[in-house]
Design a binder for this molecule. Structure first.
Ligand code: PMP
Length: 289
């Protein structure tokens, strides 16, 4: 496996970062997870835009243009001969001292990993996921906007731990106002009487897959409403689904023990999944030109 690290392409064993890197010491950095399907990188530019917006919000100068980052990403895939992969782009504040002051970090650390990847939820795309609404709240937007895809994922990890203890495949977070926010690593959609509902992006990550699903809904003529949702909306939904780069489009058929709709993946989810896979297999930035 070849890793891109600070301008070099290195074998995995040689791709090392310092223990003084603030990404490690403080979770000070940003990242992206991107997929390549069938020799193309899906929505590369949207992911790069979000990476640079995340970095800007935390005042982190990546030190590379988006074009250079795109080329480094494509070259990492080429050097690994990957046509289908999960790509992780990471930019940390870089090496500093033991204090948290970012001014002590003179240059960012940038690395790119490409790993072979299959369907994250395996047979659950057929059976549906068991989700658990967790007691821990999504980070408040006033404290750390969930729109920033930062290296500090402890809030999400705490949610996942709670779901694991309670036997769930995924956690569903509420925000500090009691509205549905998102999953630990995905956005959430609810279908009720033929309309798709999803929370506005104040309390969740602006998922690229979420955006693709909104496009698909429009193409299929399915009405969509972005509005605040509560427990009631989850439990009484006809269908619930979660979306993410890793998760793709996955049905949720049980929430806190309540069967959702018929308890099986429903017709809207099936339509969305089919449309999503036709997009992922036919769109994107060519890796091997
Ligand atoms: N929310 C969170 C917290 C996530 O980590 C992810 C995965 N990146 C998502 C939503 C989905 O975003 P995307 O579709 O861009 O992968």
């Amino acid at each position: 496996m070849i890793i891109y690290l600070d301008g070099e392409f290195l074998p995995k064993e040689e791709a090392k970062v310092s223990v003084f890197d603030h990404g490690l010491l403080y979770g000070d950095g940003v990242f992206e997870g991107i997929r390549a399907y069938n020799g193309r990188v899906f929505r590369l530019h949207e992911h790069l835009d979000r990476l640079y917006d995340s970095a800007k919000t935390i005042d982190l100068d990546i030190g590379m243009t988006k074009e250079e980052m795109a080329e480094a990403t494509l070259e990492t895939l080429r050097r690994n001969d990957h046509r289908d992969a999960y790509i992780r782009l990471v930019v940390t504040r870089g090496v500093g001292d033991l204090g948290l002051d970012p001014l002590k970090c003179s240059k960012p650390t940038v690395f790119i990993i490409s790993a072979p990847w299959g369907a994250m939820y395996g047979d659950l795309y057929e059976k549906g996921l068991k989700a658990i609404t967790v007691s821990i709240r999504r980070n408040a937007a006033e404290a750390l906007p969930p729109n920033v895809k930062s290296l500090n994922y402890l809030n999400n990890i705490m949610a996942k731990i709670e779901a694991n203890y309670k036997g769930g495949d995924e956690a569903i977070f509420f925000d500090t106002n009691g509205y549905v926010a998102e999953g630990s690593g995905d956005n959430i959609f609810v279908v009720k009487n033929g309309t798709i509902f999803t929370p506005p992006t104040m309390n969740n990550l602006r998922g690229i897959t979420r955006m693709v699903l909104l496009e698909i809904a429009e193409e299929l003529g399915i009405p969509v409403k972005e509005q605040n949702l509560g427990f009631f909306d989850l439990y009484t939904a006809d269908e619930v689904l979660v979306t993410g780069t890793a998760a793709e489009v996955a049905p949720v058929t049980l929430i806190d023990g309540r069967k959702i709709g018929t308890g099986k993946p429903g017709p809207v989810i099936k339509q969305m999944t089919a449309a999503f896979s036709s997009k992922t297999s036919s769109e994107g930035t060519e890796i091997f030109k």
